[in-house]
Design a binder for this molecule. Structure first.
Ligand SMILES: [Zn+2]
Length: 172
């Protein structure tokens, strides 16, 4: 059984027939697809996608490349949204969160504090995190050592679902 732990189906839906995409995924033995959150603008859409399609689950969070709409209340709203959705079995993770220094480190502090907050929320609700990382691997490992996700992490550039034990062992 294959689980796609990271697929931006909501963005794909702008160009393709989602029913067809899901059919092809099922034919390729994909049993489930997790659609990550990017920012508040896509949370509702991905929640609806998960409601409409049995094989789709979703995550809620703030992607480090889309910080322009983040304000002082953003983390509070994420916390509230996750608390409201926690009884929904389709909500399976916090994310996509992480670090992206591909275009420089201008907002390094904001990215790091946002990631730490999202790990805290994930731990509070016993959820794993979906991690994004570009040009920031050493920073990410250092941050995860300080603020470990306690319920596992799924890395965007890997198909592996990393268990809690595995996360702990790489961070040890
Ligand atoms: Zn992504």
């Amino acid at each position: 059984m294959v689980i796609d732990s990271h697929c931006h189906l909501d963005l794909l839906a702008e160009k393709k027939d989602i029913n067809q995409v899901l059919l092809e995924a099922a034919e390729a033995q994909v049993a489930a697809i997790v659609v990550p959150g990017i920012n508040e603008q896509n949370w509702l859409t991905i929640n609806q996608l998960a409601n409409e399609h049995a094989m789709v689950s979703f995550a809620l969070g703030f992607h480090p490349m889309f910080l322009d709409k983040i304000d002082a209340g953003s983390i509070g709203r994420l916390e509230q949204r996750i608390a409201e959705s926690i009884s929904n079995s389709k909500l399976v993770a916090v994310g996509e969160c992480g670090l992206d220094f591909y275009q420089g480190r201008e907002n390094e502090r904001q990215q790091k504090s946002l990631l730490i907050e999202q790990i805290r929320i994930a731990n509070q609700h016993q959820l794993p995190v979906i991690l994004h990382c570009r040009k920031a691997h050493q920073d990410l490992i250092a941050l995860l050592k300080q603020s470990p996700p306690l319920n596992g992490a799924l890395f965007m550039d890997s198909v592996a679902v990393i268990s809690k034990q595995w996360t702990m062992s790489i961070l040890a």
